[in-house]
Every structure is written in structure tokens, then in C-alpha cells.
Design a protein around this ligand. Structure first.
Ligand code: 0X9
Ligand code: ZN
Length: 323
């Protein structure tokens, strides 16, 4: 469980209760979906939010994911903020009402529940990052889910050593949590078209808005032409303007291969961003800021998420091009 000063963070069990309570309170606009099972057998949760939630009306879809890295607990709180915002403010806030009527919002609040629970299990933080999958032939545990995705898997900025914090796994999508993420995204291809157009994968920390590619420092690369780059940049800068983060191509931070957003863009054409949340630097608490920051640092991304969700019908609008 969480140490003193962190009691308002949610354990996996508490997260389950939040999801179930929200769905029970808002059954016409929210559903709980399971998109798979973690290595240790935990349910991989996705909340679907739309009005009416039960029908497939062909609306543009957004995926908001969090908790891919175990120790980045603030991102799970970000997902909880968003699940509450989109359900509790429906019929109250006009913009939210309009978005829930005209979009499908998928929220994955904890992509790596085994790692998250392992990080807090002793009552003091373990600084754990990876999942909890064993690696044959070694006692070193875990794969970095954000090096396990299939676009340019195995390249620079990922490790082939199971003991490394950035271990890429034995093969693309060898981690059940990354494979389930992929299968969920593929399941949103309807009539040959990927319904999800936008994604934010929340991480901590450094206060950054990042976009593909991460695997190469080139700003133009196969699958990423000037219009796409300009669109990523325009929406990224707009979101950064709303939360005060710094916007940049992911590889400007550092080159890393097998990251989720590269696969989302290259393989599925989804405008996928990584947000690195609070704090800006280690002096603000690094991966473990106290729970007192949760309200301000989650609300800080409200407008960026609304902006992204607005763009979901046509992201190219950001550069005045329609498709
Ligand atoms: O290294 C990561 O996976 C992300 N940072 S974190 O501190 N949350 O682990 C950043 C991924 C962004 N992509 C690249 N920098 N290429
Ligand atoms: Zn991370």
C-alpha cells in the first residue's frame, strides 16, 4: 500500500471501485470493458464513455491511456480525473456534453497494473518501471512496455538485457499488457477503418508534450510526411499552450525505439502523444510527488484533453487541411 503522504493515490483495488461506481452512477454513458489480462491475471480495464454508450454510431474515437510505467502513479490519477470529468460533467458542462454526445472516449487507467501494485506492495516505493513478467534463463523480471511495441522494435534507446529498466522484451508485443493494448486498438477497426484518431499516453515526469517519431531524430521519416509532422506540431503546441508543458518531437528528448506512440502512428495512423506530467524536474518529487499535488496537476491537463478530443473528427484541421 501507499506510504504516508500518498494515501489519496489509488491502489488497483481502489481504482476498480472508482470505475465500478462511476459506471453504476452513469450507466447510459459509461461502460466497463476488459481488454485483456495482465501477466499476473489482473483485469486490464478500459472505460468507454459516449452517449448513448451502448450503440455504435460511427463517432470518432479517442484513447487516453495511463499507468504504462509502474512508478508513474500520478498518471493513474490523471485517468481517474478524466473518467470523473467526462461522466460527472455530462449534462452540466456544455463542452463536455457535446463531446460525450459526439465522440467515443476510451480510458485505460492502468495499462501495467502488476507493476503498479509491485511498486507499492511493501509500503515503500520500489522505483519499479516494467511489468512483472519473468524472463527465461535469468532472475531479472520485467519488460518495459514502452519499448515492446512493434514499430522499429529493437532499435536505439532500448535494451536487450532483461536486467535493464528499458528491456524491450524477447519480441515485439511479447508482454501480454502491450499485446492486449495492440489488440484493443486493432479491435477498433470497423469496416476497414480505424475509429480511434487521437491518443494520449500519460507518463511522468518532465512536463512535456511529445509526438512521433521517438525512434529517429529525423523529423520526416517513412509514414511521417510534412503535413503529418506539421499537424502533430500544431496540435502539440496548442495543447502545451494550455498546460504550460514544453512541446517537442519525442526523439528530441532522447531516441527510444518500440514506444507506443510510434506504433500507433506508423501502424494505425493515430495522432498519438506522450504527455510527461508533473514535476518539471526531480526537485519536484520526481516519480513520487505527494498526493497533495493530485488535484492541481490532473486538472492542469483538462483543456489539453478537451482540445485533443475536439480534434478527433479531423486532426488535419489544425493545419487547415481536411483529410
Ligand atoms: O522513456 C520513456 O518511455 C518515456 N519517458 S519516461 O520517463 N516516462 O519513461 C518517454 C517516451 C517518449 N519517447 C521518446 N523519448 N522517444
Ligand atoms: Zn513513463
Amino acid at each position: 500500500n501507499y506510504p504516508p503522504g500518498y494515501g489519496n493515490y489509488h491502489t488497483y483495488a481502489e481504482l476498480n471501485s472508482v470505475v465500478d461506481d462511476l459506471v453504476a452512477a452513469h450507466p447510459t454513458i459509461a461502460q466497463r470493458h476488459s481488454y485483456g489480462t495482465s501477466h499476473e491475471g489482473r483485469d486490464l480495464i478500459a472505460m468507454k464513455i459516449s452517449s448513448p454508450v451502448g450503440q455504435d454510431l460511427g463517432k470518432p474515437e479517442v484513447l487516453l491511456s495511463a499507468g504504462m510505467h509502474a512508478r508513474e502513479h500520478l498518471t493513474v490519477e490523471m485517468a481517474i480525473y478524466l473518467m470523473r470529468m467526462f461522466t460527472e460533467e455530462y449534462g452540466v458542462d456544455p463542452q463536455i456534453t457535446d463531446l460525450v454526445d459526439n465522440r467515443v472516449i476510451w480510458i485505460m487507467p492502468q495499462v501495467n497494473p502488476d507493476g503498479g501494485e509491485w511498486d507499492i506492495a511493501t509500503g515503500s516505493f520500489r522505483s519499479w518501471r516494467k511489468n512483472r513478467q519473468p524472463n527465461p534463463g535469468t532472475s531479472a523480471v520485467g519488460t518495459d512496455l514502452n519499448r515492446n511495441f512493434g514499430h522499429q522494435w529493437g532499435g536505439s534507446g532500448s535494451s536487450g538485457s532483461p536486467s535493464s529498466a528499458t528491456y524491450r522484451g524477447s519480441a515485439p508485443f511479447s508482454a501480454p499488457e502491450a499485446e492486449a493494448y495492440r489488440q484493443f486498438v486493432l479491435s477498433r477497426i470497423v469496416d476497414g477503418e480505424q475509429r480511434i484518431t487521437m491518443n494520449i499516453d500519460f507518463h511522468t515526469y518532465s512536463e512535456l508534450v511529445l509526438w512521433p517519431y521517438g525512434y529517429t531524430s529525423a523529423s520526416l521519416a517513412p509514414g511521417l510526411n510534412a503535413d503529418a509532422r506539421d499537424t502533430f506540431q500544431a496540435i502539440g503546441a496548442e495543447m502545451a499552450g494550455s498546460n504550460g508543458y514544453q512541446p517537442m518531437q519525442a526523439s528530441q528528448l532522447y531516441v527510444a525505439s518500440g514506444v507506443s506512440i510510434d506504433w500507433m502512428w506508423a501502424n494505425q495512423g493515430i495522432f498519438a502523444y506522450t504527455f510527461e506530467m508533473f514535476p518539471a524536474s526531480a526537485s519536484g518529487g520526481g516519480f513520487y510527488p505527494p498526493d497533495s499535488v493530485i488535484p492541481a496537476e490532473t486538472a492542469r491537463n483538462r483543456d489539453a484533453v478537451l482540445l485533443l478530443t475536439e480534434y478527433a473528427d479531423c486532426p488535419w484541421r489544425a493545419i487547415n487541411k481536411e483529410d
